[in-house]
Write a protein that binds this ligand. Structure first.
Ligand code: PGA
Length: 257
């Protein structure tokens, strides 16, 4: 794991955006795995800026989103399809037909999830997966006790996640769907590269467990310790409980290559 600690979310997102842009330039047909929520907003903003001001093109990029709430239609303002269109896809030159977000209204959920996996495979697999982390250590909607081998399926949201996400539903916990389609942990681990972003004090405990704790499905993100190419971009607050903070700064200062 590369653990990169920067002053704030904006600085960290700018650095993460450089890695995304590098891939998009080197491999114009790359397959991106994308995330939603508060965390990746500054990353998308920076990529939109690079598109507008520096000509970074996404025209041949294909993308798969991590998750979607069950029961929300694509035009529901709280749906992740709506989030992606509003914050990223509608502001760049990506071909929207090449952007896949799980269908929260799919009639046959198990069949839909199988097809989602098949489509990721048919696209050649995910080159770069963007992740946030839940305060309970989830990645995607893979809540504690999710199998490390899991594939795309419907998950029940943890109570803490419902509370965390109520802010996207007018602070009404009763409006947060109980279920979501989520790529599995196995699906995420198949990505060739992973960038995880985490900002703010509320993420400090989960970040410390992920980077320095024992691997356990009680904190699903700990499995990223087994992935061969993970870059973790965090701000000072999210880094505040790391025991080996000095070492991470030392490594970044003296990076080989
Ligand atoms: P957030 O969610 O970005 O809204 O904090 C992150 C996550 O749940 O993965």
């Amino acid at each position: 794991m590369d653990i990169i600690i920067l002053k704030d979310a904006r600085e960290a997102s700018k650095e993460a955006a450089k890695l995304v842009a590098k891939l998009v330039v080197e491999k114009p047909h790359a397959v991106l795995g994308l995330a939603t929520g508060g965390t990746p907003l500054a990353l998308y903003e920076e990529l939109v800026r690079m598109h507008k001001e520096e000509g970074l093109s996404f025209s041949k990029i294909r993308s798969f989103n991590l998750d979607e709430y069950v029961g929300l239609s694509p035009d529901d303002p709280a749906s992740y399809r709506h989030f992606m269109d509003e914050n990223f896809f509608d502001k760049i030159d990506i071909d929207k037909r090449n952007t896949l977000v799980p269908d929260g209204l799919a009639k046959d959920m198990p069949a839909f999830c199988e097809e989602y996996e098949r489509r990721i495979k048919a696209a050649g697999g995910i080159d770069l997966q963007i992740l946030g982390i839940g305060s309970d250590g989830h990645i995607g909607f893979n809540e504690p006790a999710s199998s490390f081998n899991s594939r795309t399926r419907v998950k029940t949201l943890a109570k803490s996640t419902i509370l965390d996400n109520a802010r996207f539903f007018g602070n009404d916990v009763n409006k947060v769907p109980l279920h979501a389609i989520s790529m599995g942990i196995g699906t995420i681990l198949d990505s060739r590269k992973i960038i995880l972003l985490a900002f703010g004090k509320a993420k400090a405990e989960a970040v410390a467990s992920m980077a320095e704790g024992s691997v356990s499905s009680s904190c699903p993100a700990t499995i990223l310790q087994f992935h061969k190419s993970v870059s973790i971009f965090i701000d000072e607050e999210a880094a505040s409980l790391l025991k080996n903070r000095d070492f991470y700064d030392w490594v970044n200062k003296h990076k080989f290559c």
